[in-house]
Design a protein around this ligand. Structure first.
Ligand SMILES: Cn1cnc(CC=O)c1
Ligand SMILES: [Ca+2]
Ligand SMILES: [Ca+2]
Ligand SMILES: [Cu+2]
Length: 735
């Protein structure tokens, strides 16, 4: 079970990690077969047919309870039962609703039970993510509604909608889908379907109410065209036919070198070659990491990983030299809240767990998304499907030469020579996947360094979510092409970090500097003003929630109050943000309730099994009465002294699109994340165990004609074998 390498043969995963492994294709099928066989559920296939039916939407691993997992991992206890989480859309009932079930035991399920959300909240049917079937029906309703506008669309864009085989229009849908809980009405941005269609809005936006399970009752409620609102397609068509409409006639898109294309155009003035391959990653003496099933080992690090369809990468049982640092580190949610002049722009508040963020993990291009020499793993998702869908090369793992040493020193004798030079070349182990949520591509990385540092990082790339340019739009972003506005938006990403620093009993304190003004002990009458370490133990959850708008202390320390290192310091790990985040909305304003985690740079809570995630797949379509209210994790202000703590980390940045976001947002400068850094956790830098160090000492100073080179790896790494030619498949098929 777990990811299956698309290359080297799968060794049997070590037992321990497999309790966290994603469900295999066979297990996913077994869950579906079992649930489909239960007459009381009345399940129908997801594809085709009416919306008003009961369907199995999502199947993924239901991770074991931490208590049972630790008993198995640390105390030789019984292996926890392997279960699945199954999300069922009961659209075929008089009172449609969504119910989640635990199904097991795997691999041969024989029972299921409902899963309860904290507060026993039920999931309204309107909160469900949009399915492929609903999009097909939306497309049909829109095409029908656009018929009266056929002449306008042809005149203004040269493209059209219905009965279209080429020069077609398409659309991007906006969420949230309305203004209050229970609504399901989406603004649709019409675009010309060319390469990079996200950058080709035509100036028409259409609001469709698609709440009813019967699509025959769906209706267009409003339209916006080139700066004006209309109540129906007929009203807009009449204005056009009467010639009283300001028509935005778009230039014919060129047959090649579209501004939204990656095709090379122009040249660099230096004339340095780009028509040949650049630098590559090389492993001249083979791999220095081990992947067995979903267990990853590198240097002192070991961890279990999975790629859950609902939200993405999730690490478990992170240990360094066999000692646990964290029980879980996982991506929770990624949001992008926009501003703009068009209705779609001002409405767009994307919450990507609601868009299958963990399931849109398309094929990684070898040598581009990851080095050629990386290990590529296939995964299976069961998300809005009728069986497991195989995503080839969805994960890659590789050792990355960072190009900067982990540490080095040149010990000068300040007389033209040196006492010694020493250095340790820098590498990190990278575990990577991507989420392509329509226009945007997130590159999700976890990096393991040999000195006990782990880095979580996300790069944003892909197409900006753009809207039709109007002069008023300049208040909300940059004009990036003749009819295109790049709308401002704030990206926020939320991580769950269940640190277990040398055990589950942890406490939390912050540390920064304050200044003291003391009499100078070696110069009577003089004063010394100097920094000193101001430690602030945080005893309760409210004391450990750091909202945007207040400075985050620079040292955020999680420690085991009963464990000290050799020098008498509490063994700690530090969270260090790399982020330029800010609030997406004022606190408490409508949709902000659905992303209350986004109020805080960091919040530290006591861990609870009924607080497994800070968001959900339902937040996007019902942010107003969120099923998961993160604020509720903090509100009861529990003690966090010597408890099993979870750190909830928010990182992000304000993105004001600019001309250089064309054709795509580029990764340099668009990465945020955080570090987990040992702070007196060890007695010294644990990377001293690495045999990659090199020491050079002069043998005959002051002539320095000869040096002694001490190393523990071969003098030369040897040749690099060139990679095979590039290949790419791009498909992801139900198996
Ligand atoms: C449709 N959609 C949902 N999320 C995105 C990425 C941010 O723009 C797009
Ligand atoms: Ca709490
Ligand atoms: Ca913990
Ligand atoms: Cu952006």
């Amino acid at each position: 079970s777990g990811p299956s390498p698309s290359t080297s043969p799968t060794e049997l995963p070590p037992d321990k990690a497999s309790i966290f492994a994603d469900l295999s294709a066979a297990e996913l099928r077994a869950v579906r077969t079992f649930l489909m066989s239960r007459p009381e559920l009345g399940l129908s296939p997801s594809r085709g047919g009416p919306l008003a039916k009961n369907t199995l939407f999502l199947v993924e691993l239901l991770p074991p309870k931490k208590r049972l997992a630790l008993r198995y991992l640390d105390h030789g206890g019984r292996q926890p039962r392997r279960q699945a989480r199954a999300v069922v859309f009961f659209g075929g009932q008089a009172e449609p609703n969504i119910t989640e079930f635990a199904v097991g035991p795997l691999p041969r399920p024989s029972s299921y039970r409902p899963l309860r959300f904290k507060g026993s909240r039920t999931v309204p049917f309107t909160a469900r993510p949009v399915t492929q079937l609903e999009y097909e029906l939306l497309h049909g309703v829109l095409a029908q509604a656009m018929e009266p506008l056929h002449r306008l669309l042809l005149d203004a864009t040269g493209f059209w909608f219905h009965n279209c085989s080429q020069r077609c229009l398409t659309f991007s849908d906006i969420a949230p889908r309305g203004l209050v809980s229970g609504e399901r009405r989406s603004w649709l941005v019409l675009q010309r379907f060319v390469e990079g269609f996200f950058l080709h809005p035509v100036g028409l936006e259409v609001l469709v109410d698609h709440r009813d399970p019967d699509p025959r009752r769906w209706a267009v409620q409003r339209l916006w065209y080139n700066g004006r609102y209309f109540s129906s397609p007929q009203e807009l068509a009449e204005r056009y036919e009467r010639g009283t409409l300001a028509v935005a006639r778009l230039p014919e898109p060129p047959s090649q070198q579209l501004f939204s294309s990656y095709e090379p155009r122009g040249h660099f003035t230096t004339g340095t070659p780009t028509g040949v391959h650049g630098a590559k990653v090389c492993e001249p003496q083979g791999r220095r990491y081990r992947v067995r099933g979903n267990q990853l080992e590198y240097g002192g690090w070991s961890l279990a990983f999975r790629l859950r369809s609902s939200a993405g990468l999730q690490l478990f049982n992170l240990r360094f030299n066999g000692e646990r640092v964290a029980y879980e580190v996982s991506v929770q949610e990624a949001i992008a809240f926009y501003g703009g002049h068009t209705p779609a722009a001002m409405q767009t508040k994307y919450m990507d767990a609601g868009w299958g963020m963990g399931a849109v993990t398309y094929e990684l291009a070898r040598g581009i998304d990851c080095p050629e020499v990386a290990t590529y793993l296939d995964v299976h998702h069961f998300y809005d499907a009728d069986g497991p869908v195989r995503f080839p090369r969805a994960i890659c793992i590789f050792e990355l030469p960072t190009g900067v040493p982990i540490r080095r020193h040149f010990d000068s004798d300040f007389q033209g020579g040196f006492h010694f030079y020493a250095g340790l070349e820098g590498q990190a182990l990278v575990l990577r996947t991507t989420s392509t949520v329509y226009n945007y591509d997130y590159i999700w990385d976890f990096l393991l360094y040999p000195n006990g540092v782990m880095e979580a990082k996300v790069h944003a790339t892909g197409f900006i979510h753009a809207t039709f340019y109007t002069p008023q739009g300049r208040r909300y972003g940059s004009r990036v092409h003749s009819h295109v506005l790049g709308n401002l938006h704030t990206h926020l990403v939320h991580y769950k970090v269940d640190l277990d620093v040398a055990g589950t009993g942890n406490s939390f304190e912050t540390m920064d500097v304050r200044f003291e003004n003391i009499s100078n002990p070696w110069s009577p009458g003089a004063r010394v003003v100097q920094p000193w370490l101001h430690r602030q133990p945080r005893h309760s959850e409210c004391q450990a929630a750091f909202p945007f708008g207040t400075a985050l202390p620079r040292y955020l320390l999680f420690y085991n109050p009963r464990r000290r290192n050799r020098w008498g310091h509490a063994r700690s790990y530090r969270i260090q943000h790399s982020s330029h985040a800010g609030p997406v909305l004022p606190r408490g304003w409508q949709e902000e309730e659905g992303v209350s985690w986004g109020r805080y740079h960091l919040a530290v809570t006591r861990r609870h099994e009924n607080e497994p995630t800070s968001s959900s797949i339902y937040a996007q379509n019902d942010p107003w009465e969120p099923l998961v209210s993160f604020e509720g994790f903090i509100r009861n202000n529990e003690s966090i002294d010597d408890q099993d703590l979870v750190a909830w980390v928010t990182v992000g940045f304000l993105h004001v699109p600019h001309a250089e976001d064309i054709p795509n947002t580029a990764t340099p400068g668009n990465a945020v994340g955080f570090f987990l850094r040992p702070f007196n956790f060890f007695d010294e830098d644990p990377s001293v165990a690495s045999h990659s160090s090199v020491i050079v000492r002069p043998l005959d100073p002051p002539t320095f004609s000869r040096v002694e080179i001490q190393r523990w790896t071969p003098a030369s790494p040897g040749p690099c074998i060139g990679p095979e030619p590039f290949t790419y498949n791009g498909t992801y098929r139900q198996e």
